[in-house]
Write a protein of this length. Structure first.
Length: 107
């Protein structure tokens, strides 16, 4: 006879994993703000730039931002010489977002 599944413990484990992933995402966003130098902006300026980026519908502008972001991660990876450089290059080659899960650039 099979052992019954403990759904409560499975749900708790999934909830814990979701919290960890959310915390890692928030930390990566914070690191991205610092790495780009956006931490020199006031909170209001940064929020305004991000809101403008989110509401931008011009695909040419968004593609320019994506290219600038990919170039930023490639420069950062070359400076460190780590695996992130290869991941950023692969992400740029496939036309996807930066490997750190970053939002659109607010430059």
């Amino acid at each position: 006879m099979r052992k019954p599944r403990d759904f409560d413990s499975e749900l708790k484990a999934l909830d814990s994993k979701a919290r960890q992933l959310k915390q890692a995402k928030l930390q990566q966003f914070g690191e991205l703000v610092v790495a780009t130098g956006a931490d020199a902006l006031s909170v209001e300026q940064l929020a305004g730039a991000l809101l403008a980026a989110v509401s931008a519908s011009d695909m040419i502008t968004r593609e320019d931002w994506r290219q600038r972001g990919a170039a930023f991660f490639q420069r950062q990876g070359k400076a460190r010489g780590g695996a992130r450089s290869r991941a950023a290059s692969a992400a740029a080659a496939h036309g996807s977002a930066a490997p750190a899960g970053s939002a659109t650039s607010a430059e």
